[in-house]
Ligand binder design. Structure first.
Ligand code: ATP
Ligand code: MG
Length: 228
């Protein structure tokens, strides 16, 4: 996908200014930048939660996100981008399986597909053994994995993780990167917005740095380049 001169404001306050960016299928990309630099806003623009006042997002099939996408195509497009947000909402009293299944039920999948897909997605995040555990009994990290599984059930080609602020312990961080590396190896585009210097330095992938509403650097095989 190609983001072309994208500018977005909330109530006359510019939040993203003239963003130009191309992400190719199968890439592994980090978005870094201080709080409020616009990472989440850009991610939400990618799924048309926000409509920019200027600029385009051109999809790999040549369609323009805000211009010529029909309602039917928009639904398919949204299924093709799995976003895990910072404030992921899970139903605490329901089980792991029920939470992931719900994401499919609301999209009208048949029961048979749900019974097949949910265990597959839970397996991908290493949570199949906890499928009948209720979410309120899980650790924060396990809840994150439920939300990743929920994004995977539509088999998206792009997966975006908007990491919650707050540091993961090194073991957990390693485990989560393994999940995303596996997804990337299977051909999916991975985008991770993070404040975690260790993760970025360990992975050495493409790093896109946001500051003051703009992209200030974009480097391949890069390290974390912000002072903490
Ligand atoms: N729905 C909204 N209405 C008004 N302003 C918003 C809205 N969402 C975000 N903003 C503003 O957009 C700016 C960018 O916020 P954004 O959440 O994109 O930053 P971020 O880089 O994701 O930060 P963090 O690293 O803390 O997650 C902030 O100034 C924020 O106040
Ligand atoms: Mg954010």
């Amino acid at each position: 996908m190609k983001i072309d001169k994208l500018t977005l404001s909330f109530k006359n306050k510019i939040v993203l200014r003239d963003i130009n960016l191309e992400i190719k299928p199968g890439e592994f990309v980090f978005f870094i930048g201080y709080s409020w630099s616009g990472k989440t806003t850009l991610i939400r623009s990618l799924i048309w939660d926000f409509k920019p006042e200027r600029g385009d997002i051109v999809l790999d099939n040549g369609w323009f996100l805000y211009r010529n996408l029909t309602e039917k195509l928009l639904l398919d497009y949204r299924k093709d981008i799995g976003v895990i947000f910072q404030d992921y909402k899970l139903m605490e009293s329901k089980t792991v399986h029920e939470n992931v299944a719900f994401a499919m039920e609301v999209c009208g999948y048949k029961d048979k597909q749900i019974q097949k897909k949910v265990p597959q997605a839970l397996e991908q995040v290493g949570l199949l053994i906890k499928k009948d555990t209720s979410v309120q009994e899980l650790s924060g990290w396990e809840k994150q994995r439920v939300s990743i599984a929920r994004a995977l059930v539509h088999d998206p080609s792009i997966i975006i993780w908007d990491e919650p602020t707050g540091n993961l312990d090194p073991v957990t961080a390693g485990e989560i990167m393994e999940i995303f590396e596996d997804l990337n190896k299977s051909g999916k585009t991975v985008i991770i917005a993070t404040h975690d210097k260790n993760i970025v330095n360990h992975m050495k992938r493409r790093v896109i740095t946001f500051s003051e509403k703009q992209i200030i650097s974009d480097k391949q095989e890069a390290e974390y380049n912000l002072e903490k």
